[in-house]
Design a binder for this molecule. Structure first.
Ligand SMILES: [Zn+2]
Length: 533
């Protein structure tokens, strides 16, 4: 079987990304045309073979995307694809709006979706099986006639193949005969299981032999999106369609950030160029940033917890023999081993943490950090969740002090104007590079106002700050028995588009707790930005 990967020959699997079309169906994602262009640049940098840009004609945004892509999106590695559907029922191809838009999109390659499940043809389209087949064949013939490479997404293929394999294959044959280069078998409802996918793909591959390429397009409704993609490849598919971070409608599409390393590192396949595998983690984080969704820390390979060890006793063993505790080398996918430090951590864990961060620390300094950690965690800090603040604390213990800015004082005022309308204003006095700067800013709350005031004061000195912003702000009351007098813990997540970090503040004053977390966040961002002036 062609799924055998032990033969020593590396099979090339095409990676087809549909983040910009199917992925953007996810609730809560709303991409501007600029966002879409930025996402496409990331995908090209990663080196996927195909980028499905959208559905021209379906909305003005996708029209504008394809128009601007011609001049504003120089692609080095990827081929841009326009997506659409077959012609209308009983319609003519040369007057069909959808097909016209596909031709006008100006991409050399298009992908059209058509029905391969008899039930859908009869019940959803309410037409005959002959007409259902003709809609696919005519449309592909027309697009080929316009000089385009055409891929065919066989919608609901796996469900259709189960119920009426004869019709499902008939539709694929029509597509292949009329010149489709790739038959993409879709699990549109996402309910298939790996053994079913592998068997159905193998049937199709042996039916068509080498006449046409076979791909798979999978959804994660049964929690098997990634497994189904691997099963499809084992069955002989040579193209996988999915999305970055598994974005997509309902439970999402199959996740390319997991599929790519599984194929490349574990199944001996070639996917994106080998030397770009290490771009997976930064691209995953950058795209999460562009779509404005916090990345799941537990996401395989690329999540911030994917190689995080909280091991206590085992920590020195992990440091000595990481391959005994990690399923792949984290740097193969651009991630890194992380030792999670909490009050339970002993000196050896901190020593490793210091090594990981490249901080030189002697015995007394390490002891000081151990003591400080224990004291602060007792007060309510939780450094496990605040890697950014932990790093700053360790650097300070090693004798470092930042000189980006020095705060003389700040003040936050919240006024109620009329009934239920509030304004918040922050004033900050800062020394930066020998100057004393006083700025005032308004915000929709105290943290926002402080953040703006600090940026207004130091932003022109540090243009890199433009890229740093807060992605999450969490407040937790630690001693609920005391009511409003209780201690609050503030956690802030930040990103510069490449890396993400968390910082912490604890105080019985929520503004002070927020300020600690906020200033740590800014200092961390400046410390790690080499572009800082
Ligand atoms: Zn889909």
């Amino acid at each position: 079987m062609s799924g055998d990967v032990t033969a020593g020959v590396r099979r090339q699997i095409e990676i087809y990304d549909t983040t910009l079309r199917d992925g953007s169906q996810l609730e809560g994602i709303s991409l501007t045309v600029d966002d879409k262009l930025r996402v496409a640049e990331q995908l090209d940098w990663l080196g996927v073979h195909y980028i499905e840009g959208g559905w021209p004609g379906a909305n003005p945004k996708d029209d504008e995307f394809f128009r601007r892509a011609r001049t504003e999106l120089p692609l080095d590695t990827s081929t841009l694809v326009a997506f659409g559907s077959t012609r209308r029922k009983l319609g003519k191809v040369d007057s069909d709006e959808t097909l016209k838009h596909l031709v006008e999109a100006g991409t050399g390659t298009v992908c059209i979706v058509g029905k391969s499940w008899d039930y859908h043809v009869l019940e959803a389209l309410e037409t005959t099986l002959d007409e259902g087949e003709a809609m696919v064949g005519d449309s592909i013939e027309f697009l080929r006639g316009n000089g385009l490479e055409v891929m065919f997404d066989a919608e609901h293929f796996f469900d259709g193949y189960k119920r009426n394999p004869e019709f499902a294959l008939r539709v694929l044959e029509a597509a292949a005969t009329k010149g489709a280069t790739t038959l993409v078998l879709c699990d549109t409802n996402g309910g298939a299981l790996p053994h079913e996918v592998e068997a159905a793909v193998a049937d199709v591959v042996s039916h068509f032999k080498d006449d046409v390429k076979v791909g798979v397009h999978l959804h994660d409704d049964a929690g098997c999106g990634v497994a189904n993609a691997l099963a499809g490849v084992r069955g002989g598919a040579t193209q996988v369609q999915g999305t970055i971070n598994g974005y997509g409608e309902r439970t999402g599409n199959c996740n390319l950030t997991t599929i790519i390393p599984n194929l490349a590192l574990k199944m001996g396949c070639r996917t994106i160029p080998d030397d770009r595998l290490e771009r997976l983690t930064p691209v995953s984080h950058h795209i999460a940033e562009l779509v404005n969704m916090p990345l799941n820390p537990q996401q395989p390979y690329v999540g911030s917890s994917a190689f995080a060890h909280k091991a206590g006793l085992h920590v020195s063993a992990i440091a000595r023999r990481p391959d005994a505790y990690e399923h792949v080398k984290p740097d193969a996918v651009g991630n890194g081993t992380r030792f999670v430090v909490s009050e339970l951590a002993g000196k050896s864990t901190l020593q490793l943490k210091a090594k990981e961060l490249g901080i030189e620390m002697d015995g007394p300094a390490l002891n000081e950090v151990v003591d400080t950690l224990k004291r602060l965690e007792h007060e309510g800090y939780h450094f496990e969740a605040a890697d950014g603040s932990l790093e700053l604390l360790m650097r300070r213990a090693a004798g470092w002090e930042h000189d980006f800015f020095r705060v003389e004082s700040f003040r936050v005022i919240t006024d109620e104007i009329g009934s239920r309308s509030f304004t918040t204003e922050a004033t900050i006095k800062v020394h930066v590079g020998g100057d004393r700067i006083v700025t005032t800013a308004e915000g929709n709350g105290p943290v926002n106002a402080l953040d703006k005031a600090l940026r207004a004061a130091i932003g022109s000195r540090y243009p890199a700050l433009d890229h740093v912003h807060l992605t999450d702000y969490k407040v937790r009351v630690l001693d609920t028995a005391k009511g409003t007098a209780a201690v609050t813990r503030v956690l802030i997540d930040s990103t510069d588009g490449e890396r993400s970090w968390s910082t912490i503040g604890v105080s019985d004053n929520i503004i002070e707790a927020s300020w600690q977390a906020l200033s740590d966040s800014i200092v961390y961002g400046l410390l790690h930005n080499t572009a800082t002036a």
